[in-house]
Design a protein around this ligand. Structure first.
Ligand SMILES: [Zn+2]
Length: 249
């Protein structure tokens, strides 16, 4: 049975209001000796699988740097792919400026990951050509849009227009709105002027309503789509998931 893996439990709600892009900082920065830079593809695959199986996370996070993909970046993305195939966990991949979302989607799908298990984020701010958004979503990938309350990049009106266009193309079932949160943008961290997690529901959804987006579409993108995007049936553990030597877990 499919469920959403959270750090507390696996849950299977019919719908859940969800922010689809948040950052949890356990430690600032990645030191040069961080194992992510030295482990082999097989060891990294084992690490990613174990984080899923030990309930440290419910998806595999990746980030696409500018093209062409470097050797080490290819290794990391291949490990993310293999971990997704071994566990069924979805992959959420940042798309930065200069990255073609279709080529990055093809990298994963060519190795066997279903497009429906791919969540491409940041296209709203990084990929100006909406035909690329439409093509990726038409293939089945989810588009996570998180340039909400980020005037540094573009206005909420622009964000509304991008969402309205994708909905008009019949792709509302592929959209996931979220806030690109850091401590500076969360009220709970003593920032009274920060948008905070309530911004999506209290400020941005009314704006979409005023732009003419129907209530059922708002529910689709904020409550129904997250269940589709984040639910998966965890595969039984396989012998290939070898931990790196000396890994305490
Ligand atoms: Zn992120």
């Amino acid at each position: 049975m499919k469920s959403i893996r959270t750090v507390l439990a696996d849950i299977s709600p019919p719908a859940i209001f969800s922010h689809c892009h948040e950052h949890l900082w356990i430690k600032r920065g990645a030191p040069d000796d961080c194992p992510v830079f030295s482990l082999s593809e097989e060891e990294l695959t084992g690490c990613f699988c174990r984080d899923i199986r030990n309930r440290r996370c419910g998806l595999i996070k990746a980030a696409a740097e500018a093209e062409p993909m470097s050797g080490h970046s290819r290794l990391l993305h291949t490990a993310a792919t293999r971990a997704s195939l071994l566990t069924n966990a979805p992959v959420l991949c940042h798309i930065d400026r200069g990255v073609n979302p279709l080529s990055r989607l093809a990298f994963y799908t060519d190795l066997g990951v279903a497009a429906e298990s791919m969540i491409l984020c940041r296209c709203d701010r990084a990929v100006y050509d909406l035909s690329l958004h439409i093509a990726a979503a038409s293939q089945g990938a989810f588009l996570e849009y998180d340039t909400i309350a980020r005037p540094k990049y573009h206005s909420d009106d622009t964000e509304c227009r991008i969402i309205a266009r994708l909905i008009a193309e019949g792709l509302g079932h592929r959209l996931l709105p979220g806030l690109d949160t850091t401590r500076e943008r969360l009220r709970a961290y003593n920032n009274p002027d920060a948008p905070g997690l309530s911004y999506l529901r209290e400020c941005f959804l009314p704006r979409l309503r005023r732009a003419g987006i129907a209530e059922e579409r708002l529910r689709l993108i904020t409550e129904v789509n997250p269940v589709s995007a984040f639910s998966f049936a965890l595969k039984p553990q396989q012998y290939k998931e070898r931990p790196p030597s000396g890994d305490p877990t």
